[in-house]
Design a protein around this ligand. Structure first.
Ligand code: VGL
Ligand code: ZN
Length: 208
């Protein structure tokens, strides 16, 4: 048994925000968000590590339109760390909407990274909050486990997957995003700019 099997390649599968609120009927539903679940489960066997992320906001989070008088979802607001889209209330800590999709094999996860718990800062990326400097700790986890190659899938392509992939590439990880196992919100052309941004950062996009 000398040949390494393709499925034994040492990569970490990072499953971004496959949560009820990002699936049809959720608070911030991504079209077809639930259609990627079975395909993601099928990829778990081929990964050395499985990591899931979970958007995890306290009630009244500053990314919620409802926290800003006179603001509606999908409007922008200036935050101390830059411009921020305002969202419907979603993924509130402990709510059903924040739970990982019931059909996702999240019991296979070695680690579940929660993000967005700081009331004053949004956190799209699995690595840094939206101030672009507060770390989540995922980089250290991956480095101490010797995981340098990352495969990313999940929701939403143009927000949390995009930010996570670009940050990982900038940190020096080898990153693939499997686009067929992601779905997008596509707000104001955000999908096209996410694709460009990921490619510019050196992220390999598969299944486009
Ligand atoms: C996300 C918007 C707000 C995502 C999270 O998971 O892409 N998008 N919070
Ligand atoms: Zn969020």
């Amino acid at each position: 048994m000398s040949d390494a099997l393709p499925h034994a390649l040492p990569h970490a599968l990072i499953v971004i925000d496959v949560q009820n609120d990002f699936c049809p009927n959720g608070a911030l539903a991504v079209p077809e968000g639930d259609e990627i679940v079975q395909g993601i489960n099928a990829m778990m066997d081929g990964a050395q590590a499985v990591i899931c992320t979970q958007d995890w906001h306290p009630k009244g989070h500053s990314s919620f339109a409802s926290s800003h008088e006179g603001k509606a979802p999908y409007e922008y607001i200036a935050m101390p760390y830059g411009s921020q889209v305002l969202w419907p209330d979603h993924c509130v800590q402990g709510s059903v909407g924040a739970q990982l999709h019931k059909d996702l094999h999240h019991n296979r996860a070695d680690l579940i990274v929660r993000k967005g718990y700081n009331p004053a800062i949004d956190s799209y990326s699995a690595f840094f909050e939206n101030d672009r400097s507060t770390p989540t700790g995922l980089e250290g986890y991956l480095r101490t486990r010797g995981l340098t190659k990352l495969v990313m899938v999940g929701l939403a392509t143009d927000f949390c997957v995009n930010y996570s992939a670009v940050d990982a590439a900038n940190l020096g990880f080898e990153v693939e995003v499997h686009m067929n196992l992601c779905r997008a919100i596509d707000l104001y052309g955000s999908l096209a700019s996410a694709v460009n941004g990921m490619q510019d950062a050196g992220v390999v996009l598969k299944g486009l």
